[in-house]
Write a protein that binds this ligand. Structure first.
Ligand code: DMJ
Length: 461
């Protein structure tokens, strides 16, 4: 599957961001637009490396060396997307290979994002122009707010970049974000999705483990894991957030399905985004790494959410899950609105299968992953790459003509790892960024490659 996705990207969209498999041309309408940033190359390269596809890996490495730059282009980039895909991708490749090319490129990209952090609070804007450095927020985001899942999903990459370059600046930037979030008053212990970077005040009180919230919670747990479990502040913030989420947002349907609902002010919207399906793995990973009074309960919730996401898949004739699904008296784990019925090759459900497989070795997670592989082959594969579907509830759904870069970065990587031995990227040595780029755990992984500390001259003698 990876070879097929890569080969067709190479044939029809090489150096562009993504492939349109039906049209056999580049996809330029997505987050990275028509700039030649090679998003699929940078995002997919560590997957090729893990799979041992050496020739393809080399082609990608050569393209990065010869072509990849953000200099002399005037692109308006998403700080979050650029960080998780480009900085994250390069950092993993640096950890894997020690090739200084990737460290330089990771730093090059991160430096282009830094102007976005020039706000009164240090909470970055969402978008930054790579040439002018002018930064701004999305017009649609609650009163000029930045978005929790975006500014809260920089910590792993920026902390690691500081450690491998010896430059503390990147860690300082994300530590500032951490302090704002630590000190601010949290309504009912929860984090709303919107925060104004100028005033430091929350926007609309919408909370979610799906779109706009999701990976913030993920990065609290993972910052602690990445630090070799020394960043206790992150773990405490994670534990406190999960207590509130359990109390206010995790619910069980009449037929016993566990789900995490969105919360709008005081009202539960009994809906779960496909994006929130990563949280099955998150609850389980949090439970497995700390012995406390919540451990057994959280492990059960992690398994329950993963099971619910699997149900959302198998209740669709395509055996692939919708973008969002609801719980009411009439339906459970099913999309109701037409704009919720699509599937864009997302990885989150398979990510939870992978984490739960590693933690429990319950065969059902591999069985579920295999069902998904067959469904992807049946409905999403085309002669020229893989496409998403417009409606998972149709027997023969229309395809969307986009091969997302995260299909190579995440979806295929998690499915591959689900069927690999535990010794391939063991979870006590690696922590996955939110785009499935594995980063080494400090103190536990020989590939951490921390920059040597240079002593001041007077002490060095
Ligand atoms: C990916 O870019 C990341 O997983 C992100 O955290 C959420 N959305 C996509 C995949 O669905």
């Amino acid at each position: 599957m990876m070879e097929h996705a890569w080969r067709n990207y190479k044939l029809y969209a090489w150096g562009k961001n993504e492939l349109r498999p039906l049209s056999q041309r580049p996809h330029s309408g997505s987050i990275f637009g028509s700039y030649d940033l090679g998003a699929t190359i940078v995002d997919g390269l560590d997957t090729l490396y893990i799979m041992g596809l050496e020739n393809e890996y080399r082609e990608g490495r050569d393209w990065i060396e010869r072509k990849f730059t953000l200099d002399n282009i005037s692109a308006e980039l998403s700080v979050f997307e650029t960080n998780i895909r480009f900085v994250g991708g390069m950092l993993t490749l640096y950890a894997f290979t020690g090739d200084p090319l990737y460290k330089e490129k990771a730093q090059h990209v991160a430096d282009k994002l830094l102007p976005a952090f020039q706000t009164p609070t240090g909470i970055p804007y969402a978008l930054v122009n790579t040439k002018s450095g002018v930064a701004k927020n999305y017009g649609w985001a609650s009163g000029g707010s930045s978005i929790l899942s975006e500014f809260g999903t920089l910590h792993l990459e920026f902390a690691y970049l500081s450690d491998i370059t010896g430059n503390p600046l990147y860690r300082e930037r994300v530590q500032t974000i951490r302090q704002v979030l630590k000190e601010i008053e949290k309504p009912k212990g929860l984090y709303p999705n919107f925060l104004n970077p100028k005033t430091g005040k929350w926007g609309q009180l919408h909370m979610s483990l799906g779109a706009l919230g999701d990976s913030y919670y993920e990065y609290l747990l993972k910052a602690w894991l990445q630090s070799g479990q020394t960043d206790e502040e992150a773990r405490e913030m994670y534990d406190e957030a999960m207590v509130a989420i359990m109390d206010k947002m995790v619910r069980t349907s009449p037929n016993g399905l566990t789900y995490v609902s969105d919360l709008k002010f005081d009202r539960l919207e009994h809906k779960m985004d496909h994006l929130a399906c990563f949280s099955g793995g998150l609850f389980a990973l949090g439970a497995a790494t700390r012995q406390n009074e919540h451990r057994d309960k959280y492990m059960e919730v992690g398994k329950g959410i993963t099971n619910t996401c699997h149900e959302s898949y198998i209740r669709a004739p395509t055996q692939l899950g919708p973008e969002a699904f609801r719980f009411s008296d009439a339906v459970e784990a099913r999309a109701l609105r037409s704009q919720e019925k699509y599937y864009i090759l997302r990885p989150e459900t398979f990510e939870s299968y992978f984490v739960l497989w590693r933690l429990t070795h319950d065969q059902k997670y591999r069985d579920w992953g295999w069902e998904a592989v067959l469904a992807l082959e049946k409905h999403c594969r085309t002669p020229h790459g893989y496409c998403g579907l417009r409606n998972v509830y149709q027997q023969e759904p229309q395809k969307d003509d986009v091969q997302q870069s995260f299909f190579l970065a995440e979806t295929l990587k998690y499915l591959y790892l689900l069927f690999s031995d535990d010794s391939v990227l063991p979870l006590d040595e690696w922590v996955f960024n939110t785009e499935a780029h594995p980063l080494p755990i400090k103190g536990a992984n020989q590939y951490y490659r921390q920059a040597p500390v240079t002593l001041p001259v007077s002490n060095a003698s």
